[in-house]
Design a protein. Structure first.
Length: 95
């Protein structure tokens, strides 16, 4: 069964507030079996638009990745970052 991934690209405007979101969302990620593969670090834009902060979280399967982003627990974490930046977040199935 292919693994699932959550991929995020973020622009943070309030690091303190974002940190509270990151801490809570990390707890929730573990509940759904997620493991961070990419979290910040160096990056370069090869094409198109990039954002300074990028994440990739691996899940046991696509259903778990979708469940994480749609969960009530993640929704509560998301509220902690309101007004602290922008994020694009997608759940995808691996190969």
């Amino acid at each position: 069964m292919p693994k699932g991934y959550v991929i995020g690209r973020a622009k943070v405007t309030n690091a303190t507030q974002w940190a509270a979101y990151a801490a809570r969302s990390s707890e929730v990620m573990k509940q759904f079996g997620g493991t961070p593969i990419v979290r910040g670090g160096q990056m370069t834009v090869g094409e198109g638009e990039g954002r300074a902060r990028n994440i990739v979280i691996e899940f046991p399967d696509f259903a778990s990745a979708k469940a994480y982003v749609a969960s009530a627990e993640y929704n509560e974490a998301r509220k902690l970052r309101e007004g602290a930046g922008e994020i694009d977040l997608v759940a995808v199935e691996g190969v």
